[in-house]
Design a protein around this ligand. Structure first.
Ligand code: FES
Ligand code: FES
Length: 136
């Protein structure tokens, strides 16, 4: 199976690989695993006082599509509010990277990871997590 050029680009030049200090109050950490293949993705965000994601980074132990998905998501969330970042869907990631059907779960992993990171940040702040934010 051939990877798309965009997957290969992110795989060879991953953006924002690294980690932030997990205990810092402005950092949210999302760690998720893919049941389909056992791969693991950790995605972190740094949020400023205005609630905007200033920086993001990731470490992924997985296939090229998982690495490309996390790399892409760290680029997309930068400069976004938490609410906007929550609107990123795995479908958008899969489309952008032209992932084939068997690799869709890799993009799901990235969506789950960003949600988990935002939830972690919010729970650190004593806010309720994602699911019930729809009322506002
Ligand atoms: Fe796990 Fe892709 S199947 S690396
Ligand atoms: Fe499992 Fe990509 S994360 S094959």
């Amino acid at each position: 199976m051939a990877y798309s050029d965009k997957v290969i680009d992110h795989y060879e030049n991953p953006r924002n690989v690294g980690s932030f200090e997990k205990d810092e109050s402005e950092v949210g950490t999302g760690m998720v695993g893919a049941p389909a293949c056992g791969d693991v993705m950790r995605l972190q965000i740094k949020v400023n006082d205005e609630g905007v994601i200033e920086d993001a980074c990731f470490k992924t132990y997985g296939c090229g599509s998982a690495i490309a998905s996390s790399s892409l998501v760290t680029e997309w969330v930068k400069g976004k509010s938490l609410a906007d970042a929550l609107t990123i869907k795995n479908k958008d990631i899969a489309e952008e990277l032209a992932l084939p059907p068997v690799k869709i779960h890799c993009s799901v992993l990235a969506e789950d990871a960003i949600r988990a990171a935002i939830d972690d940040y919010k729970s650190k702040r004593g806010e309720k997590s994602g699911a019930d934010a729809s009322a506002g």
